[in-house]
Design a binder for this molecule. Structure first.
Ligand code: NAP
Length: 322
């Protein structure tokens, strides 16, 4: 099968297309013929030698990628929930070796959900790592409820565009930040208010947010503390530069600053979960949650997809189809 390997970290040119054997599914895994893959900032950071590179570099071959949608072609002996021919999607083995940049992927059945029939493979592949992050942040960590005031930074990005929809649906009051070019997009997703971060300081507008989803890091995190309610929660998706991704449970120093001010702050790494994927599938099936597929590249153009992701201007998700 065709796959991309990373022999050493560096530029997108270091992603080398090659032939690898089709993987054999373990007893708890299914083999998936991949139709679409989504690209995330963590793919790009890891390829460049940051994020997960240190913890993955011993794999030979090292195949990046975690987000897939495709069709089951074989199942392991202990798999009961899926059968050959099922269309499935999910985030495979994050923060481990997902091996998604390939024509076939062996994935634990416990990390997948059936793809709703009304969703295309690119839309499904998009709604994996980014959608899981938004879901786990809002539902598991921030315990979002009706009436909460929530500030979502980078509301037009991969995580943000799902978070806005997920927060709007149960009746939260959503403020989203992005540039002016994405204002209408963010409002159409369900935000009540938009802040163009180039022209307005978000801390000079609304205050007392119950929840802040921090997707930028550094100074943006510290400024966000000024508008967090005393009883609110800030969920930080960005590890501090000095924090090793090998030690993801280590409390961040930005979090310590928040806690010294008596504020509730947390960082979490998204985790592969079939149960959470099922919640996302249900919302997509109902039409409540939609993927904005910003650009689609062919598998042979994966390096170009990385270059595009690196620009930091993605409106929704970048997808690669096979
Ligand atoms: N902890 C975890 O498990 C986890 C999981 C997922 C993601 N993350 C991290 O979270 C971050 C966001 O991920 P993502 O996939 O959503 O990224 P993304 O899709 O690349 O985000 C791009 C968006 O960010 C907006 N943006 C850029 N700078 C901004 C600023 N200063 N203020 C407001 N919006 C800004 C851009 O809007 P404009 O073009 O309009 O400027 C663009 O639409 C990344 O660093 C990623 O690594 C962490």
């Amino acid at each position: 099968m065709k796959a991309y390997i990373l022999k050493e970290c560096g530029s997108p040119e270091n992603l080398l297309q090659t032939e690898l054997p089709v993987p054999l599914p373990a007893d708890d895994e299914v083999l998936i013929k991949v139709e679409a893959i989504s690209i995330n900032p963590v793919d790009v950071k890891t390829r460049a030698g940051k994020a997960l590179y240190t913890s993955l570099k011993h794999f030979d071959p090292l195949v990046l990628g975690w987000d897939i949608s495709g069709t089951v072609t074989a199942i392991g002996k202990k798999v009961t929930g899926f059968k050959s021919g099922d269309d499935v999607f999910g985030m495979v083995n994050f923060v481990g070796h997902g091996q998604a940049y390939a024509e076939f992927v062996a994935a634990p059945a416990s990390q997948l959900a059936l793809k709703p029939a009304n969703i295309s493979h690119p839309e499904a592949a998009a709604a994996t790592l980014a959608a899981l992050t938004a879901w786990q942040a809002l539902v598991h960590h921030a315990k979002l409820k009706k009436g909460d005031k929530i500030l979502i930074h980078a509301a037009s990005g991969g995580v943000g565009h799902y978070a806005v929809q997920m927060a709007h649906y149960p009746g939260a009051k959503v403020t989203g930040t992005s540039s002016a070019a994405n204002k209408n997009f963010v409002l159409e997703l369900g935000a009540d208010e938009h802040i163009d971060y180039h022209n307005r300081k978000f801390e000079e507008t609304t205050t007392d947010f119950d929840i802040i989803l921090e997707t930028i890091g550094g100074e943006n995190f510290i400024r966000s503390l000024e508008v967090l309610s005393r009883t609110g929660t800030i969920v930080n998706l960005i590890p501090d530069p000095e924090t090793s991704w090998n030690d993801l449970k280590n409390p961040e120093s930005t979090l310590k600053i928040a806690r010294k001010r008596g504020l509730n702050a947390l960082y979490f790494p998204v985790t592969s979960s079939g149960e959470d994927m099922q919640q996302i599938a249900d919302l997509m099936q109902k039409g409540v949650l939609k993927s904005n597929v910003y650009k689609i590249y062919h598998f042979d153009e994966l390096k170009v997809a990385h270059t595009e992701m690196e620009k930091g201007r993605t409106k929704g998700k970048i997808i690669v189809t096979i």
